[in-house]
Design a protein around this ligand. Structure first.
Ligand SMILES: [Zn+2]
Length: 347
């Protein structure tokens, strides 16, 4: 936790008010505060510490705020000089209030997109793919990079892929394609669970099975499709894995990072992996999915998305894959609610 040291932040005289007020559930604190307080380098990825103004009440409160803009901890000072009180609160997620844009400075672009590529998240990795090919199209470059660096990589394909084309033997074909891709990606393991294609449902049964797999494979990072994906199976997979992770956090000591990846469209992201050196390798793996590429020019679309992700990166980064890493506290709320917090980052 950030130590405020000798210098206690003081409320600004213009309307800050007392800092001993109770924070009510649902109050939202917006950063940055202009001209007051200070920001520490990120103590944990996605968290900032500083003096935050509650735009609803107009009061200033020293706090730690997560990427979603929600207060994680408050550092309330009392009215008595020299008496500082730091205490953690429950994340204030419910009843989000959106103040008028006219009184709220918009988040800078650094909140919305990374300006430098990140190191690989810790391994082992476990990637949940709704369909065979999503792991490659979405994060094949990163998977190649991970296996080159000796990171264990596991992929679980959730559906049987029966609707991805006209052929009668499509389920077998797609399975073979997934196995060939797994070889090229250097995966440690591949599982295909054969849930119905276009019928993936966020059920207790599926989330239980996902939780069991996470506990069995004990990954340090778990990847799932971002919540802004178009295909319903992609979003259903995200919801199901989120619930599986919530179970894991409640029932075990395993604490994997929860990370969303992009497949067919841009989702909110907070880190990028530079895959410039893996671009040719990724194209070779994508070519394995011939049954899907005959349906659309997916490899071209994916490379275009990977190119677009370099917008905020140095020109030496020619291709990148985007991800959103959630905090442990984010897992305390449903992904549907979390998605609204992600969208609110754009305000
Ligand atoms: Zn898919």
């Amino acid at each position: 936790m950030y130590d405020w040291g000798q210098e206690q932040p003081q409320p600004p005289s213009d309307g800050g008010g007392e800092l001993s007020e109770k924070i009510l559930p649902g109050e939202v604190f917006k950063q940055p505060v202009v001209g007051h307080g200070r920001e520490q380098p990120l103590a944990q990825q996605g968290e900032k510490h500083g003096l935050f103004r509650n735009y609803w009440s107009g009061r200033y409160i020293p706090a730690s705020v997560g990427l979603s803009g929600c207060v994680l901890e408050t550092h309330l000072t009392t009215n008595r000089p020299g008496k500082a009180k730091t205490h953690a609160t429950e994340p204030l997620y419910s009843g989000l209030r959106i103040p008028s844009l006219s009184i709220m400075p918009l988040n800078p672009e650094q909140i919305l997109v990374p300006f430098a590529p990140a190191a690989l998240p810790p391994g082992p990795w476990l990637v949940f793919a709704p369909h065979a090919d999503d792991e490659t199209f979405g994060m094949g470059g990163s998977l190649l990079k991970a296996s080159k660096q000796g990171v264990e990589t596991h992929v679980i394909v959730l559906t049987d892929g029966a609707l991805g084309g006209e052929r009668d033997d499509l389920v077998q074909i797609r399975r073979q394609e997934a196995e060939a891709a797994a070889q090229l990606l250097g995966l440690t393991s591949l599982e295909c669970w054969s849930e119905p294609d276009r019928g993936l449902e966020q059920s207790a049964g599926l989330s239980n099975r996902i939780a069991e797999a996470i506990i069995r494979l004990a990954p340090a990072s778990v990847f799932f499709p971002g919540p802004m994906e178009i295909h319903p199976d992609h979003r259903a997979a995200g919801f199901a894995v989120w619930e599986g992770l919530q179970q894991v956090y409640q029932q075990s000591r395993i604490r994997p990072l929860a990370i969303a990846y992009e497949i067919s469209v841009q989702n909110p992201i907070n880190f990028c992996i530079d895959i410039t050196g893996e671009k040719a390798g990724k194209e070779a793996v994508m070519a394995v999915y011939a049954s899907q590429n005959s349906e659309n020019n997916y490899p071209e679309l994916v490379i275009a998305l990977n190119k677009t992700r370099t917008l905020s990166l140095a020109p030496t980064v020619e291709y990148a894959e985007g991800f959103f890493q959630f905090s442990e506290k984010d897992l305390g709320i449903p992904l549907r609610e979390m998605t609204h917090h992600m969208i609110n980052l754009y305000q």
